[in-house]
Design a binder for this molecule. Structure first.
Ligand code: ZN
Length: 251
């Protein structure tokens, strides 16, 4: 047995469909045993064969309450019912997690490593793991199921429904272009409507999206030292241009 390299997103093999195993031979058993070792070494609950680069319908599961890992060959979901929202992660997205919708009850069947027919009707983590891993075999990733308004969060930092969470913010900014006029008139005020995508601020990469949106909407100025403008300094070096949220407020 040996630990194999786990493919991480966006490795294209994660989007490939795995093929049905026609004969459970030595190479399939060796693959399955390597997957168990790889999964356990990574403290994973489940692993699908394409995550180690093999396009065979083989899954391994090791639920915390089970003493031993199990091997599922050609697993299929026969029926599912109910709906619930759960926090989920994946060994191919190390360090991230997100909220997804999963079934409450899942009925599945598969062959074990000796070719015996197995079936189960299960709930909770077992059901979630079956849906997650069988999705993998079909090239589907859990990020495809992320709930609306949700993005990946760094593992352990995810906010649940009871905590504050982020939505896009609609902004209307009225900019007075004529500094010399004593009073603002409708003629020299430009009204800008924009959406600031705070919902994309969950990861470092989305800071760039945020920066892009702000710059495009005119809220990030390349020369930050223009007199008379409100500037919000950011600790984030990616936002060192300064953000001007309301150019009217220092009148
Ligand atoms: Zn996964």
């Amino acid at each position: 047995m040996s630990v194999r390299r786990i493919r991480v997103f966006p490795d294209p093999i994660l989007r490939k469909k795995c093929r049905v195993v026609k004969r459970i031979d030595h190479s399939v058993r060796e693959l399955a045993l390597d997957m168990v070792e790889t999964m356990d070494a990574a403290n994973g609950v489940g692993l699908a064969a394409n995550q180690v680069g093999v396009l065979k319908r083989v899954v391994t599961l090791h639920l915390p309450e089970q003493q031993d890992a199990i091997i599922l060959i050609n697993p299929e979901i026969r029926d599912k019912s109910g709906e619930r929202e759960v926090l989920e992660g994946c060994l191919s997205f190390p360090g991230y997690e997100g909220m997804v919708k999963r079934s409450v009850t899942v009925k599945a069947r598969w062959l074990d490593e000796n070719g015996s027919k197995m079936k189960i009707s299960t709930e909770d983590l077992f059901a979630q793991a079956l849906e997650h891993e069988i999705d993998h075999l079909n090239g589907i990733l859990y990020v495809d199921h992320l709930l609306e308004h949700q993005r990946l969060a760094a593992a352990g930092t995810h906010m649940n429904e009871d905590s504050p969470h982020m939505h896009d913010l609609e902004l209307e900014v009225r900019a007075d272009h004529d500094d010399t006029a004593e009073m603002s008139t409708e003629d020299n005020i430009e009204v800008v409507h924009t959406t600031v995508k705070f919902s994309e601020l969950y990861s470092d990469s989305s800071v760039h999206q945020m920066q892009y949106d702000l710059r495009r909407a005119g809220y990030v100025i390349d020369q930050p030292d223009i007199d008379g403008l409100n500037k919000i300094e950011s600790d984030n070096p990616n936002l060192d241009g300064g953000i001007i949220l309301d150019s009217e407020s220092n009148k």
